[in-house]
Design a protein around this ligand. Structure first.
Ligand code: NDP
Length: 458
């Protein structure tokens, strides 16, 4: 007779929880997974996947404009939001079905209910208690909004993905991943977009050249960016809403969306009862093996607030399954994780920004290219792509690669392998380009950007 009902009970069937459970199940471990919403979680149901469908839709408007220069006569295109949302939802239903089948094929038991940890080895779900040698918390995160008067009038990315109508105008508060992505979506689909950011530029924490290039490109595409601005209150204004800034200015729009960060889903899952320690923002504290303060309880993904990216949660989950159930200890490596912002144009990056690299390595060689890509010549669009390499001068190692421009995420994914392998600038130079592409610029950069001091003296 087994000591526990299961080898592991996972709470949360998002990307991380499902990946970990399936990998564990494939090794013959007895796994259960609990989910009180839809199988697939944030990424599949109200994050990366539906967002990217909307980005694809929004990119068509630029493509229609650009086609004329290539000889196409495109009648004024009409856009049908209802059809897009219906098609998107149909695809999400299909994906959810696939996720369920994958769990079944990996012999993972699915409990469709809200789970609560009772003690270090017990989980209660659907009114029954189940024991497990290990418990994995993979409950993700949810959007947060500041508590200002009238905030109940604002929507988050959750609602933005399922709006009954496309707004004619929208105010988006925040200047990070989600804000930039939805600004691109609504702008591309024809809405008037105003971004309200409290800092000076978009994408705090990214390389300054990325921040400048994206601001320039989004502004040129018609997005209004109001920096150094904070909203004090929101109220209804006729059929729309009005956001009043702390300086007393009033900004009206059909909709007001907040993309001001996400907070870990830790409420009422029994953390206190089990003695699982959390950080001040609620995130579960874990070591490099994703183990919490309770040795039999683990946590992965956004609920731990390490690097909040789907592929990171998946990698953390698989590493745990390997460690626990395959005698193959894998400690998650969070270094040089590439990431992308699916704004229009897109942003992608791997490694350190110039500022962070200077702090870590001291002397650097920096290479940067800004050019209007070939496709824009006949179309007449003027939108410069930006590419940048940050190189540690002592070792010649490329420690940061940054890009703003079409297909940046696709390009950076490949270059991330080189950075992860510790490639040097010399090895980039020895790589032959593919012509004509934008990507060949990454292996042909010769001129160094002048040192910051020299720049100041110019
Ligand atoms: P982030 O947590 O990355 O940034 C929050 C943004 O909101 C910042 O611009 C911040 O400004 C601003 N902000 C925070 N509080 C306030 C406030 N009270 N008033 C005004 N502005 C405020 O947020 P996101 O919601 O964009 O993303 C959440 C997470 O989801 C990220 O960690 C990201 O990793 C992940 N994600 C990844 C995606 C991808 O990989 N493509 C896509 C979407 C999300 P300031 O800079 O001044 O602090």
């Amino acid at each position: 007779m087994e000591k526990f009902d299961f080898d592991m009970i996972t709470i949360g069937a998002g990307s991380g929880g499902v990946a970990s459970s399936r990998r564990a199940g494939s090794y013959g471990a007895r796994i259960a997974i609990c989910e009180d919403w839809r199988v697939g979680g944030t990424c599949v149901m109200r994050g990366c996947v539906p967002k990217k469908f909307l980005v694809y839709a929004a990119e068509y408007s630029g493509e229609f404009e650009d086609a004329a220069g290539y000889g196409w006569h495109v009648p004024a295109p009409r856009f049908d939001w209802t059809k897009l949302i219906a098609n998107k939802n149909k695809e999400l239903d299909r994906l959810e079905g696939i996720y369920r089948t994958l769990l079944k094929n990996s012999h993972v038991t699915l409990f469709e209910g809200r789970a609560k940890i009772v003690d270090a080895h017990t989980v209660e779900v659907l009114g029954k208690r189940h024991t497990a040698a290990n418990i994995l918390i993979a409950t993700g995160a949810r959007p947060t909004m500041p508590r200002i008067p009238g905030i109940e009038h604002a929507i988050t990315s959750n609602e933005a993905l399922d709006l009954p109508h496309l707004p004619k105008s929208i105010v988006i508060v925040g200047g990070a991943y989600i804000a930039c992505e939805f600004a691109g979506i609504f702008n591309g689909l024809g809405a008037e977009v105003t971004m309200v950011i409290r800092g000076d530029k978009l994408l705090r924490g990214f390389d300054e050249d990325i921040r400048d290039s994206l601001t320039e490109a989004m502004t040129a595409r018609g997005v209004k960016i109001r920096n150094h601005t904070e909203i004090a209150e929101i109220d209804g204004a006729g059929r729309g809403f009005c956001a009043t800034t702390t300086r007393g200015e009033r900004i009206t729009a059909d909709l007001i969306m907040y993309a001001t960060g996400r907070s870990p889903n830790v409420a009422n899952i029994g953390l206190e009862e089990a003695g699982v320690k959390t950080k001040p923002n609620g995130a579960i504290m874990v070591d490099s093996w994703s183990r919490t303060s309770v040795p039999s309880i683990y946590a992965i993904g956004d609920v731990t607030d390490r690097l909040n990216l789907t592929p990171v949660a998946i990698a953390e989950g698989r590493a745990l399954a390997e460690t626990l159930f395959h005698n193959n200890p894998i400690e998650m490596d969070h270094a040089n994780v590439p990431s992308a912002v699916f704004s229009i144009p897109s942003v992608a990056t791997v490694g350190l920004s110039e500022v962070d690299a200077r702090r870590e390595y001291g002397t650097l060689d920096v290479y940067r290219a800004r050019f209007n890509p070939m496709k824009n010549t006949l179309s007449g669009r003027v939108e410069r792509t930006m590419m940048k390499l940050v190189v540690d001068r002592k070792t010649d190692r490329v420690v940061g690669v940054h890009m703003v421009g079409p297909d940046a995420p696709e390009l950076i994914q490949g270059l991330a392998v080189a950075v992860k392998c510790g490639a040097t600038k010399k090895q980039f130079d020895q790589t032959v380009g593919i012509h004509p592409t934008a990507g060949e610029e990454f292996v042909t950069m010769r001129d160094k950007v002048p040192e910051p001091k020299a720049q100041a003296a110019e």
